[in-house]
Write a protein that binds this ligand. Structure first.
Ligand code: FES
Length: 263
């Protein structure tokens, strides 16, 4: 029975990826015997990264170096890559493993060519992220955390990626962002990604994070009929000073009246 459970867990760990398991499991393509080293170009970048920190605080370079290793290694952070980073930074390997296993942006298992990270936090969920995930799952015949049979797509639901104004959204390969998703434009996007014709940013034609009324500013009252106040700080300051002066004069008057009454 226990053996069956272990087999099941191992099988799932092959299908799923990333931070599903905190502990490392050796595989043919991910063990001590699969070497990793940075390219010369990346060693130069590492020099630049480490020059930003005091020489006794090399540990601060952990996340930038993990990002660099993952990018060099087809979006995959192998055991050897993490060990190499520990060696460069002169810190315990466990410190690097802990950082890599904490953040969902680090893939300690191989992912597909396109790593789809769909935001499932409240604003995106209210705008339909569940439908986006469902559409991807049905189209690619995978579940959240799995890779498609052709190795092209890996689906992962993640927490807020900071583009809530354009919800629902997803990020691909930690780099490109696609917003204002619907199940329909998401399926088109999957095809576009394959063909290299994808359009980044909002998928509904809006520019950046503009509201439905287009581009506006807080001082452009003509475009904002419902505006409750404007931001004329000079006028506001004058009003406040005038009010203070009025209060001071009234207080002065009362004081004089009180003194007169005493005489
Ligand atoms: S809630 Fe989805 S980007 Fe913030």
């Amino acid at each position: 029975m226990i053996q069956k459970v272990v087999q099941l867990v191992q099988r799932r760990s092959i299908q799923r990826f990333s931070s599903v398991f905190v502990a490392h499991r050796n595989r043919d393509d991910n063990s001590d015997s699969v070497p990793f080293d940075f390219t010369d170009e990346n060693y130069k970048k590492i020099e630049g990264i480490l020059s930003k920190f005091p020489s006794n605080e090399k540990k601060s370079g952990t996340i930038p170096l993990l990002m660099l290793a993952q990018k060099q290694n087809n979006n995959f952070l192998s055991l050897s890559a993490m060990k190499k980073i520990a060696k460069i930074l002169e810190i315990p390997e466990m410190d690097v493993f802990e950082t890599a296993s904490f953040y969902s942006m680090f893939n300690r298992e191989r992912v597909g060519k396109f790593h789809l990270q769909v935001c499932g936090t409240t604003p995106c969920q209210l705008c339909g992220s569940k439908d986006i995930i469902k559409a991807i799952e049905q189209q690619l015949n995978i579940k959240n955390g799995e890779t498609s049979a052709d190795g092209l797509f890996t689906l992962q639901e993640v927490e807020c990626l900071g583009a809530c104004a354009n919800a629902p959204m997803m990020q691909v390969n930690n780099e490109w962002v696609y917003e204002d998703l619907t199940p329909e434009n998401t399926l088109k996007l999957l095809e576009d990604l394959k063909n290299g014709t994808d359009k980044k940013g909002p998928q509904n034609g809006r520019k950046n994070a503009e509201g439905p009324q287009g581009r506006t500013t807080l001082q452009n009252i003509a475009n904002q009929q419902d505006i409750k106040y404007d931001r004329n700080f000079e006028a506001a300051k004058k009003e406040w000073l005038d009010q203070k002066e009025k209060e001071r004069l009234e207080a002065e008057k009362k004081k004089q009246a009180a003194q007169q009454a005493k005489k």
